[in-house]
Design a protein around this ligand. Structure first.
Ligand code: FES
Ligand SMILES: [Fe+2]
Length: 414
C-alpha cells in the first residue's frame, strides 16, 4: 500500500535534527513537493504581483504555482479578479499567454467566452438544458492590500487576511506602495527546491562570501546581526548593533517613519518579518555609489539612511529603500524548480527613474543567489549529502524549518 502523506511526513520528520539542514528528501522528493503544495504553499496568502501590473480594465497576467495557473484580471477600477486558468468546457487553458489585455477571455479551443467577472457569456451549439450560469471560471481567493495582490489557493476558508496582516498597515501606507508604479520586472527561474530558495533568503551567512556588491552597500555589523531579519544573527551581534539601530529609529521616527520590527515565531500562520535598519553611512539608496535612482517614495520628506525588509511570508518579500522597492516572489513549480520573480517599484509620482541604476544591486545579487542555490541543490542530490550544522548566523533558516514542519502538525493530529 502506498504510504500516506501523514506517514511520509512522520517518517521524514523523525530524521530531522534541530540545528541542522533538512535530510535530502525534503529537497528532492516529488511526494514531499506534493505535500508542500497541498499543506503549506496552497494554504498561504502569496503575493502574486502588484496593482501596477494591471493599470487598465482587461489587463491580466497569469501566476503559476506548482501545477496551478491563476489568471489575475482587472474588471474595473475597484476590482481585480482571480480565476483558475481552466476552461469549464473540456479544461483547456483559457489564457495561453502570460500577460496582456483582453475585453473578454476567449478559450482558444472552442471559443467559449468568459467575462472579466468570470461568467460564461457564450458557448456555441450547446444543448438547450445547458446552464451557462453554472459554468463560470473557478474563482481563486484574492485580496489587494496596499497595492500588493495576494492569492490563496485553498479550497476551503483561507486564514483571515486582516487578522494576519493588518498590523503592517501603517508601514505599508508610509511607503506609498498602493500608488507605486512598476519600473521593471525580471525573472530568475532557479533549478532548486523552493525551500532552498527561501532558506537562502533567510540567512546572511552567505552574504560576505557570495555578494560583494550587496555587502558594499551595508554596514558589516548590521549584516551579521540582522542581515536576514530581526533574529537572523548571533545574539551578541544583535546586542552590539542595537545602540546604532536605536539611534537611527529615534531619528527617523521624528521624520514620521513608523519604526519597529516584526519577527513571527514558528507557530505563526505566515512567519512574517519586518526588519528596518541602517544602510552604509553616507548612502541614500541601495545603488552602486549610494546616490538615488528615483524620487523619495510615499510620505517621506527626507533621505533617512535606512531600508526595510518585509516578509509577508516565506515566499513573498519586499525590500524598500527610500526611493524604490523590490518585490521578491519565490514560487514553487516542481520539486527542483522554483520561479524567482522580481519587480522594482517606484513612487507613483516618479517621472524618470534610472532603471539601470536601480536594478544593478538585486540583479547581480539574484544571479549570484541563483548560482549558489542551484549548486546547493546539486550537492544535496549526491548520495554523500548529510544534513549539516547551522552557524549562529542561520537562525532564520532554523526558524523557517520549525515553521515548515508545524504546517504538517494537523496531519499527525488527525
Ligand atoms: S476547452 Fe475551452 S472551449 Fe472547449
Ligand atoms: Fe543571497
Amino acid at each position: 500500500m502506498a504510504e500516506s502523506r501523514a506517514d511520509l511526513m512522520r517518517r521524514l520528520t523523525a530524521d530531522v535534527r534541530p540545528g541542522y539542514s533538512f535530510p535530502r528528501d525534503f529537497y528532492c522528493s516529488d511526494a514531499v513537493f506534493e505535500a508542500d503544495i497541498e499543506e503549506v504553499v496552497g494554504r498561504k496568502w502569496i503575493m502574486a504581483g502588484h496593482v501596477g501590473q494591471l493599470p487598465n480594465k482587461g489587463d491580466f497576467f497569469v501566476f503559476k504555482v506548482g501545477e496551478e495557473q491563476i489568471i489575475l484580471i482587472r474588471e474595473n477600477a475597484a476590482t481585480i479578479n482571480a480565476f483558475y486558468n481552466v476552461c469549464r468546457h473540456r479544461g483547456s487553458l483559457v489564457c495561453s499567454v502570460t500577460s496582456g489585455n483582453a475585453p473578454k477571455l476567449v478559450c482558444p479551443y472552442h471559443a467559449w467566452t468568459f467575462g472579466l467577472d468570470g461568467a460564461l457569456l457564450s458557448a456555441r451549439l450547446m444543448p438547450e438544458d445547458f446552464d451557462k450560469k453554472a459554468n463560470g471560471l473557478h474563482p481563486c481567493h484574492v485580496r489587494e492590500f496596499y497595492g500588493f495582490i495576494f492569492v490563496n489557493l485553498t479550497a476551503g476558508e483561507p486564514d483571515d487576511f486582516d487578522a494576519t496582516f493588518s498590523d503592517m498597515a501603517a508601514i505599508l501606507d508610509y511607503h506609498g506602495f498602493a500608488d507605486a508604479k512598476v519600473a521593471h520586472r525580471a525573472s530568475y527561474p532557479t533549478a532548486a527546491n523552493w525551500k532552498l530558495v527561501v532558506e537562502n533568503f533567510l540567512e546572511c551567512y552567505h552574504c560576505q562570501p557570495a555578494h560583494p556588491e550587496f555587502c558594499s552597500m551595508h554596514p558589516p555589523e548590521a549584516l551579521v546581526a540582522v542581515g536576514a531579519g530581526p533574529s537572523s544573527g548571533p545574539t551578541e551581534a544583535v546586542e552590539k548593533y542595537r545602540p546604532i539601530l536605536e539611534a537611527w529609529e529615534q531619528r527617523v521616527a521624528a521624520l514620521g517613519r513608523p519604526v519597529g520590527n516584526i519577527d513571527d515565531t514558528p507557530d505563526s500562520t505566515h512567519l512574517r518579518l519586518v526588519m528596518q535598519r541602517t544602510i552604509r553611512e553616507g548612502y541614500m539608496s541601495e545603488t552602486k555609489d549610494g546616490s538615488p535612482a528615483s524620487t523619495l517614495m510615499g510620505k517621506r520628506t527626507e533621505w533617512d539612511g535606512g531600508r526595510m525588509h518585509l516578509g509577508f511570508g516565506p515566499m513573498s518579500h519586499v525590500v524598500a529603500c527610500n526611493d524604490f522597492a523590490i518585490l521578491f516572489q519565490f514560487t514553487p513549480r516542481s520539486a527542483m524548480m522554483t520561479d524567482v520573480d522580481i519587480s522594482w517599484i517606484v513612487d507613483g509620482r516618479a517621472e524618470s527613474p534610472d532603471v539601470e541604476k536601480m536594478v544593478w544591486a538585486w540583479d547581480v545579487t539574484t544571479v549570484q543567489d541563483r548560482q549558489i542555490t542551484e549548486d546547493n541543490q546539486a550537492g544535496i542530490r549526491s548520495s554523500r549529502y548529510t544534513p549539516g550544522r547551522f552557524s549562529d548566523q542561520e537562525r532564520g533558516v532554523a526558524n523557517f524549518q520549525a515553521w515548515y514542519l508545524n504546517q504538517f502538525a494537523h496531519l499527525q493530529a488527525g
